[in-house]
Design a protein around this ligand. Structure first.
Ligand SMILES: Cc1cc2nc3c(=O)[nH]c(=O)nc-3n(C[C@H](O)[C@H](O)[C@H](O)COP(=O)(O)O)c2cc1C
Length: 230
């Protein structure tokens, strides 16, 4: 890992350099040095991740909600997701029995509920009521969705893989519900308005500042329109 110091900076480099300053981790514009490393023992360090509110049912009238950070998108076609769940969770039994769940995306307003639902068990209480979460009927699965969440992803489990501490539930997405408030007149979803929450190494954060959109690093700057001569 070679330092840039002493190099003659071209114009492009200056631009990259100023971007780095704006995202520096000390928040003061200083450049942190990430080139010196400590080697740690193997562990989970892939951050940030979502901390989704996962809703489940036992199919006999009892619903539950718990928080999952080990969740991911795993396939585009068919649309598939995964969640990793410890067998000791109360929700685990419901997942295995019904093989259905709903992922409810977490926002700034729902971060406290996500924390609560991740530290209390539904064995002894109704976490929906405790956190003021409104259950609503999902369109394709029996597990309820949470109305306060801007996006609800209904999933059907296709495979359960025993990995070790956690079992991985691979699931196909059956339906996605999106809050109308985030959809413009042309049907475009603006998820940046939702103030989604992310989980990173023990802390919850809210997404706020857009750095660019897909492909912005290679997108051509809009050419200056040619002057009309007529
Ligand atoms: C931020 C956060 C993320 C979590 N991620 C997971 C996870 O990915 N898998 C899991 O099994 N438990 C996870 N948990 C723990 C469960 O949500 C927690 O044990 C919960 O109380 C289980 O609820 P239940 O017993 O009602 O099913 C997480 C907890 C928190 C706070």
């Amino acid at each position: 890992m070679e330092k840039q110091g002493g190099r003659r900076y071209g114009k492009n480099h200056e631009i990259r350099d100023s971007r780095k300053k704006r995202v520096s981790s000390d928040g003061k514009g200083g450049k942190p040095d990430y080139t010196k490393k400590q080697i740690w023992k193997p562990g989970n360090m892939l951050y940030p991740v979502p901390a989704v509110l996962v809703t489940v049912t036992d199919g006999a009238g009892n619903d539950n909600v718990f928080t999952v950070a080990w969740a991911g998108t795993v396939c585009s076609d068919p649309p598939m997701v995964s969640i990793s769940v410890r067998r000791s969770r109360f929700s685990y039994e419901m997942l295995v029995r019904t093989r259905e769940f709903v992922l409810n995306l977490t926002t700034e307003e729902l971060a406290e509920a996500a924390d609560y639902c991740g530290v209390r068990t539904g064995r002894h209480e109704d976490k929906f009521a405790a956190m003021g979460l409104t259950k609503a009927k999902a369109s394709r699965v029996h597990a309820p969705l949470i109305l306060e969440s801007p996006v609800n992803i209904e999933c059907r489990v296709t495979r359960i893989l025993e990995l070790g501490s956690h079992d991985l539930f691979l699931a196909e997405v059956e339906s996605v519900s999106v809050a109308e408030a985030l959809v413009d007149a042309d049907g475009r979803l603006d998820l940046s308005k939702a103030r989604l929450a992310a989980y990173s190494h023990g802390n919850y954060h809210v997404l706020g500042r857009t750095l660019g959109s897909f492909g912005y690093s290679v997108r051509k700057k809009q050419a200056t329109p040619a002057k009309r001569t007529d």
